[in-house]
Design a binder for this molecule. Structure first.
Ligand code: GLA
Length: 720
């Protein structure tokens, strides 16, 4: 019997995806990686044929590659794409595509290539729709909708999609972390078995996997092939890399469901979050694909990101009006454009033990409402922003006293307290309406440009009261809906996703939020690492980066202002420092840095993020290169001293090899260097070299003390 095979070849920005549909089976990925160029139908068929191994290498009488939705029924011996059953039946579906129209590649208005495959298993009474999209920037995404076509309930365990990676992807990189230390990278060999990162705490996590990458041994920012996936979801989830004895390697992701969390009634379906995937030569190219996708969405902010002053590390719960207005005045003086009032303005919230859930302005602290502060902020020419934590409730709050049944509890017991707070179950319609209406009332009453939306604790042991059914999924969807409703009611409102720092950084929440708070740690030494990891997924303009006070509140380290500022410069700049305690010199210096940021944020917030693969781990080099490579800004940071004295030559990635560039040392607020001992000659007046020489030979860095950095401004010589 001959098999009828269809091949779909999707290509974009250096990436190819080759799908094979054999007869009525689900699509198999024959290639996902570098662009294969224009190929004829015969060549595609040959390429797909070349991907098939001998049957004696398979435990079954067929040898197949894994489909995007893997099926045991099709000789896949790893994690299946669908888990679930109908009273023990229908647990191993074998899907067959359904009739016309045959899957083809559709081009959407924005250039995205899209393939939709519909299939059914008539015996298991299940239908599936697979969506596969390749964005013009090379970002790939897949998701599945599973529908119960029978009458009896189908108890769903999981729906996950996967993508194969080749055998030379033999090293894994993902991320972990904790409060004040997010995005810590971890590497390991891609050995047999599953490396599975599971989230059961109801939010993406301070220890989030962030990106799960498989690549050629030793891959770096600019070298080695890398394949990476990320799940666009803020609730429970699993992201995994799985390798079989036969060499098959996949990256996969999906929502993690508790028992009984999704029970599909007859005719009911459920859609997975998108799994996003990018291939590149080095991590910078992978990041560029995520950034390109995020930047072309209609909701991407196009106006300059307003420099923000947040009062948290400046005044904490001290909300005295004179103190705050003095802070606003200083903020305006140094060039801030937005003032954010953090925790402590509502209900009985005088410290972190009470008041969450009562989203009304506290008459004790704000007898005239927030008007005096908001008016002062506006009069100073700044926008006003407000901190909220809508999904939380303090046991000591009017809300908890009135509606204990809206608080998550599993098995007839209220869950553990954490940070003296509980989670409000937004899956309860009453709880949802309560929070929505209180937030809408605030947004209607005050001119609020921005909400810092916090989410400070885990949703562990989170069940609906009174039955205790698992509630994270419904809650996550309700939190998304709540953000969507507020944004629809107040066009122009901006939301920041914060979760005890960087605990909710994912492409699900970023469908709504236009800023993520990377970490509660603004010690610049730690921040170099945290931001480097965060920027791999999220472009800098969507990442809050703040200038801290001289002594870090989270680590106790002290740093000079230029290192604090040059570290914060790159993202959505903010200040989190009691400026009323600053000296005149500090204010002038800070204002210079803010002005420098405002002058260059057009470049910083649209360019390509690049990182140096430097031989000396104590020296970190990163920068942003304009999309047309006409200019760039680099930071060369000395994080640790080295056992060698030099030359500490810094190579600059990302420039055009043939183009000549002028490189100058930038010293915001400081005079140019004069020639002499301790000064590298090129730094006195700058130097002009071709991009190739800068990338391959580099320049020696100007000596600096550890925990300091320097900025290098690069401009195409033809534009100087
Ligand atoms: C979290 C946030 C901080 C601050 C506090 C307020 O920790 O990450 O930035 O808003 O909550 O309680």
């Amino acid at each position: 019997m001959t098999t009828h095979r269809t091949h779909l070849h999707l290509r974009a920005a250096g990436t190819s995806l080759l799908l094979e549909l054999a007869d009525d089976l689900l699509p198999v990925v024959r290639h996902w990686g570098s662009d294969l160029g224009e190929l004829t139908e015969d060549e595609l068929a040959s390429l797909a044929l070349a991907g098939r191994v001998a049957i004696n290498d398979s435990p079954f009488d067929r040898a197949d590659q894994v489909a995007i939705l893997p099926e045991h029924a099709r000789a896949w011996i790893g994690r299946p794409g669908v888990e679930g059953s109908r009273g023990g039946r229908g647990w191993s579906p074998a899907f067959r595509t359904t009739g016309a129209p045959a899957p083809g590649v559709h081009r959407l208005a924005d250039g995205t290539q899209r393939v939709v495959v519909q299939a059914r298993d008539e015996k298991a009474y299940l239908a599936v729709e697979l969506e596969i999209e390749l964005h013009p920037g090379g970002l790939l995404r897949t998701r599945a909708t599973l529908t119960n076509t029978g009458e009896e309930v189908y108890d769903l365990g999981a729906v996950r999609t996967t993508l194969p990676v080749p055998e030379h992807a033999d090293e894994l990189l993902d991320f972990t972390g904790r409060h004040t230390m997010e995005r810590a990278p971890q590497r390991q060999a891609f050995t047999a078995g599953a490396h599975s990162r599971e989230v059961r705490t109801g939010r993406t996590g301070l220890d989030a996997v962030h990106l799960l990458c498989a690549g050629e041994s030793g891959f770096g920012f600019g070298h080695g092939e890398v394949w990476a996936v990320h799940l666009g979801w803020s609730g429970n989830q699993v992201t995994y890399a799985e390798r079989q004895y036969n060499g098959s390697r996949v990256l996969g992701a999906g929502e993690l469901l508790e028992h009984g969390e999704v029970r599909l009634a007859g005719g009911q379906g459920t859609t997975t979050p998108w799994m996003y995937a990018a291939h590149g030569t080095g991590l910078d190219e992978v990041a560029a694909r995520f950034h390109a996708w995020l930047r072309t969405r209609p909701q991407h902010p196009i106006r300059p990101r307003p420099v923000t002053l947040n009062n948290w590390e400046a005044t904490y719960f001290d909300h005295s009006l004179p103190r705050l207005t003095a802070l606003v005045d200083r903020a305006a003086r140094v060039g801030a454009e937005r003032f954010v009032l953090d925790d402590g303005w509502f209900g009985g919230r005088r410290d972190d033990t009470t008041g969450l859930g009562d989203w009304v302005v506290s008459p004790d602290v704000w007898p005239q409402g927030l008007d005096p502060l908001v008016d002062h902020v506006h009069a100073a020419g700044l926008e006003f922003g407000l901190w909220v934590e809508p999904e939380m409730v303090s046991a000591d709050s009017d809300l908890a006293r009135a509606h204990p049944e809206w608080i998550f509890s599993a098995g007839g017991r209220r869950g553990l307290e954490s940070r003296q707070q509980h989670v409000l179950d937004l899956g309860h319609p009453g709880a949802y309406v309560h929070v929505r209406d209180q937030l809408l009332a605030l947004l209607d009453r005050y001119d609020i440009a921005y909400l810092k939306w916090d989410h400070n604790r885990y949703l562990n042991d989170a069940g609906h009261t009174p039955g205790g059914e698992p509630g994270v999924r419904a809650h996550t969807l309700a939190a998304y809906r709540l953000m969507d409703e507020l944004l629809a009611a107040h066009p122009g409102l901006e939301i920041e996703s914060c979760a005890g720092g960087g605990g909710r950084v994912d492409l699900g929440v970023l469908d709504r939020a236009v800023r993520v708070w990377a970490s509660d740690c603004i010690d610049p030494l730690e921040r170099q690492q945290i931001q480097r990891g965060t920027f791999l997924l999220v472009p800098p303009e969507l990442v809050g980066t703040h200038v801290a006070s001289g002594r870090s509140h989270t680590t106790g380290r002290r740093h000079d202002l230029d290192f604090r500022a040059s570290t914060a410069l790159w993202g959505h700049l903010g200040i989190e420092w009691d400026l009323t305690t600053c000296t005149e010199e500090e204010l002038v210096e800070l204002a210079t840095w803010v002005a420098f940021h405002r002058e260059h944020r057009g470049l910083l917030h649209t360019g390509r993020v690049v990182n140096g693969d430097h031989h000396d781990e104590g020296t970190w080099v990163h920068g942003v290169v304009a999309q047309d490579a006409s200019e760039a800004l680099f930071e060369v940071a000395l994080l640790r001293r080295s056992a060698t004295t030099g030359p500490h030559r810094v190579r600059l990635p990302g420039l055009e090899p043939e183009r000549r560039y002028r490189v100058c040392l930038e010293r915001p607020g400081r005079p140019p260097l004069e020639a002499g001992r301790g000064v590298v000659p090129w730094a006195v007046e700058g130097i002009t070299l071709p991009g190739r020489a800068l990338a391959q030979v580099g320049l020696p860095m100007q000596p600096v003390d550890p925990e300091h950095s320097q900025l290098w401004r690069v401009l195409a010589a033809d534009l100087c």
